[in-house]
Structures are given as structure tokens and as C-alpha cells.
Design a protein around this ligand. Structure first.
Ligand SMILES: [Mg+2]
Length: 243
């Protein structure tokens, strides 16, 4: 393996390697169709807010996973007075669809494929095991990873120290200064990474501002910018380093 500043990258999936909002929009539309209903754009946007809020509370340990999976839809149904929906059938269709529709961000497959010769790569994701596994396999990312860590399997989500310690005990690199987490969430990826003592890279393609006191070590607006952070081209750019 060639030398880089970091030997190991921990990738967030939703909103980082893959476009989560795209998958979510397709999945919720398909789930509503499966029970003979329609959903409007406004309702999809409202669902997205509700889901985000449930996940934030789950990250803080205030809501259990099972409550999140159903509660977010029950709140949506309640707010819009949607009655008589077969919830188990709806949830099944939603999770199936969420794992089968995907869109790469910034050509992430090519980025990960290129990096596979330089660093070890692992997925660190909050989500449902079956859904995340299916999506990672279909998108081609699974085969490029040295390991995949999913919160449902581990038992606690990012940013808990339980999640991070469990992952870090299973990655090959033991020097935490050589491990970099890349993710779009300040509250889960960056917070958890900092608390675990690894380097952090905040991915913010939309140029969103940082409302927290958390200071990521790096910020990128495009996944290709990771090459500079990892220093994968340093040997090529320096005449002395050329071999
Ligand atoms: Mg994310």
C-alpha cells in the first residue's frame, strides 16, 4: 500500500457517498403507491424534516430505533389526517425501496475505487442493516470497502462512543491520528469522530454554515477534494518523491 498522510478513511454513506434525499423521495413515493395513495412534494419535504428530527433524537439517545422507524410515519399520517394505511405493508415497501434506489454523489464510486490502492476504507453508517447492505452492494461501494459498520448491527448509532469504539476496535489501523472520518453530519460524524480522537472531514456540498461550536479538521465541498487531504498526489507532484 502506498504511503499517505492517513492510512484509513471512515465514510459516512447517506448524504456523503450516496444521495440520501433522492433515495428517500423515491422510496416514500413508492411506499405510498403500494398502499394505493399519493404523496405531494410538500408532504415529502415535511416527512424529511420529521425524519431528520427523529434521527437527531436517536443520536442523542432520546428515541429508540424501533420508535424512530414507525414514529416518523405515524407523525406524518397524523399531521395530514391520513387514515387507514396498512402500516406494516407500508414500512416494508419503504425500507425495500430505500435500499434499492440510489444515486452516487460526486462520482463517489470512482473516488473510492481510486483510493482503494492508497488507503483502507470502511463504511460507518446509521441505518437499518438490510437497507444499507442492499444499497451498498447495488451501488458497487460494498466491494471497495475493507469493512462495513452499521448502527443497527452495532447496537448504538453515531456519535455514541460505543459505536466508534466498536468500529475502531475492528479496523486494522490502531494509530487514531492516521484515521479520517468523512461525513455530512456535524452532530454524528464530526462530533463522534472528534470524541473518538480521530481526524474529521466535514462534507458540505451545499455550502451550509456550521451552527455548532464543533471545528472539523477539514472541510470539503466535493468528494474529489479528499485526494489533497490524503496527500495521494504528493509523491507525483514532488520531483524528489518521483519514483
Ligand atoms: Mg450522512
Amino acid at each position: 500500500m502506498k504511503t499517505t498522510r492517513f492510512t484509513t478513511v471512515l465514510w459516512d454513506v447517506d448524504g456523503t457517498l450516496l444521495d440520501f434525499l433522492y433515495s428517500q423521495r423515491c422510496a416514500i413515493t413508492r411506499a405510498f403507491h403500494s398502499v394505493g395513495r399519493e404523496i405531494t412534494q410538500e408532504q415529502i419535504e415535511r416527512y424529511s424534516q420529521i425524519n431528520e428530527s427523529f434521527w437527531k433524537r436517536h443520536e442523542r439517545g432520546e428515541v429508540e430505533r424501533e420508535e424512530l422507524l414507525t414514529g416518523r410515519f405515524l407523525q406524518l399520517f397524523d399531521e395530514y389526517g391520513m387514515e387507514g394505511i396498512d402500516l406494516p405493508a407500508f414500512l416494508q415497501e419503504f425500507q425495500d425501496a430505500l435500499g434499492s434506489v440510489f444515486l452516487h454523489r460526486d462520482d463517489s464510486l470512482a473516488v473510492c475505487r481510486f483510493l482503494a490502492g492508497y488507503v483502507r476504507q470502511y463504511v460507518v453508517t446509521n441505518g437499518v442493516t438490510a437497507t444499507q447492505t442492499k444499497k451498498l452492494k447495488l451501488s458497487g461501494l460494498w466491494d471497495l470497502m475493507d469493512g462495513v459498520f452499521i448502527s443497527e448491527e452495532i447496537g448504538k448509532p453515531k456519535p455514541s462512543s460505543f459505536f466508534f469504539e466498536s468500529c475502531l476496535s475492528r479496523v486494522e489501523e490502531k494509530d487514531r491520528r492516521k484515521i479520517l472520518i468523512v461525513g455530512d453530519s456535524l452532530s454524528s460524524d464530526i462530533k463522534g469522530g472528534k470524541e473518538a480522537g480521530i481526524a474529521t472531514c466535514w462534507y458540505r456540498p451545499d455550502g451550509s454554515v456550521n451552527p455548532t461550536g464543533l471545528k472539523p479538521d477539514y472541510e470539503i465541498s466535493d468528494l474529489h477534494m479528499i485526494y489533497d487531504i490524503l496527500g495521494v498526489f504528493d509523491r507525483w507532484q514532488s520531483p524528489q518523491g518521483r519514483s
